[in-house]
Design a protein around this ligand. Structure first.
Ligand code: DLL
Length: 445
């Protein structure tokens, strides 16, 4: 990656005392906090079984390398200890419960002490300020409020900064646009797929874009690509920033982009990040893609050691960011270990397909990937909408576009797949996280 030399916006820092620490001071703080984290975890029955087997105590952690001796924790471990087997304090010390947005079965409950909530708000404030939020701004917060960590997590972060919040939650796009027109927020926060839906509604309705005051957006909660960023920025005339997090670790605020937008800064004073090979679990060098594993260092309500996120990314190895933060930066999420499609033996991530599709100008950013196995062979069909102005009755033109799309996908995945061009506005739109893959094989296996 080529390091940007100019910031895209003013370069502001919320907690420079942590975000810009000298690396050796930061590592000393991490070590001190890691010992405390091990001590907290050792009070939980799950770790009580694992830690003594390796003769691990807070005192035996002497350097950050000792982290690798600690046991990993998986989503299955959380499920096996449902509902609150990982709660690190007594019930009366808990200030908040949130949950993960699992699509099947019960949610994973996560618990926060009052101090966890304060820390979390500051971590959200960090990436919001890094991406341009100021006290004088008004923010339209279009994440669902409820168990999903997006709504309340960001709400408290914005409050820390002192900006005005419109807690409109997700859904009802016409009302969202009316609110943008009447209250003139400069900032929008939601999932990138909800931004697409708002962009559509804006295009179809009679609100004039030039009457809105929207300048920036913070998107997170689901994978999106650089090409998707370009589409939304051009379509809505705004700048978009990426931020990442997951409920098990806290929620939003685990990492986010700064004014230079060259990767998402990890909040390393509060978490230790590793990238490991998902098969062997061996650590990978910076620059190599693998599964992100996170150890929260100060979390009281829900202490976890080496949580396997199942998210795939890598850590940049191009030196420190010119913004002044000393933390390492992570790439976009490139896929999830459980989202990876194995098509005729080839590993494919939906994000690769998105990248190929959105390079083609005549296509709208709405697509669906359908996988089936009608006989012994896997078949993939990509359904994609055309831009209304490009939709044509000419069979030849449509045939050429289909050819262009399958060529672009074959180039990134090596696979030849079917392309179904659909009319504008026919595929499902999403208010929260998008579901872009239907895998019929999983339904029958
Ligand atoms: O989605 C937390 C969040 C809310 C982050 C709002 C950012 C903004 P969960 O519902 O537990 O928590 O889902 C976490 O979503 O493991 C990733 O797979 C995915 N994810 C979150 N942010 C991003 C992102 C919230 N920026 C899961 N890019 C994570 C790609 C993301 N994937």
């Amino acid at each position: 990656m080529i390091m940007n030399t100019l910031p895209i916006i003013e370069n502001n820092i919320w907690q420079p005392e942590f975000e810009c620490m000298r690396r050796d001071d930061l590592e000393a703080l991490q070590l001190q906090r890691l010992k405390k984290a091990v001590q907290r975890a050792s009070a939980l029955p799950f770790y009580q079984e694992k830690l003594p087997a390796e003769k691990l105590t807070a005192d035996s952690i002497r350097s950050l390398d000792d982290l690798r001796r600690l046991p990993m924790t998986t989503k299955a471990d959380l499920r096996d200890n449902y509902p609150l087997g990982f709660m690190g304090v007594t019930r009366n010390e808990i200030a908040r419960y949130q949950g993960t947005s699992g699509t099947t079965g019960k949610p994973t409950w996560v618990a926060y002490t009052q101090q966890d909530v304060v820390n979390w708000s500051n971590l959200c404030a960090r990436f919001l300020v890094a991406g341009g939020l100021k006290r004088e701004h008004t923010v339209q917060l279009s994440f669902g409020f409820g168990l999903f960590t997006g709504g309340f997590g960001l709400h408290f972060g914005i409050e820390q900064v002192g900006a005005a919040i419109i807690p409109i939650s997700s859904g009802n796009s016409e009302r969202q646009l009316m609110c943008m027109l009447d209250l003139q927020p400069e900032i929008l926060i939601c999932t990138p797929s909800y931004a697409l839906k708002l962009m559509d509604t804006l295009g179809q309705g009679d609100i004039d874009r030039s009457k809105l005051n929207l300048k920036h957006a913070f998107f997170g909660g689901e994978p999106w690509t650089e090409n998707m960023r370009t589409r939304i920025e051009e379509g809505m005339g705004i700048r978009c920033w990426n931020n990442y997090g997951l409920a098990e670790i806290q929620g939003p605020g685990v990492s986010g982009e700064c004014a230079y937008r060259n990767g998402m800064h990890f909040q390393e004073d509060q978490f230790i990040f590793e990238v490991v090979d998902p098969q062997t679990l061996e650590p990978l060098p910076d620059g190599e893609r693998g599964e992100i594993v996170i150890t929260p260092l100060v979390r009281e309500g829900f202490p976890l050691l080496r949580y396997r996120t199942r998210d795939i990314g890598f850590i940049y190895n191009d030196g420190e960011c010119p913004c002044g933060r000393t933390s390492r930066r992570m790439s976009r999420i490139l896929g999830r270990t459980d989202d990876m499609l194995i098509i005729r033996g080839v590993n494919v991530f939906p994000s690769q397909i998105e990248t190929a599709l959105l390079k083609i100008d005549s296509l709208a950013p709405h697509y669906m990937i359908e996988v089936s196995r009608p006989e012994a062979m896997d078949e993939v069909t990509v359904h994609i909408e055309m831009r209304p102005e490009m939709f044509s009755d000419s069979m030849i033109e449509m045939q050429n576009i289909r050819r262009e799309i399958s060529g672009a996908i074959a180039q990134v995945t090596g696979l030849h797949i079917k392309v179904n061009l659909v009319s504008p506005n026919t595929l499902e739109r999403f208010e929260g996280k998008a579901r872009r893959v239907i895998d019929h094989r999983k339904l029958v296996d």
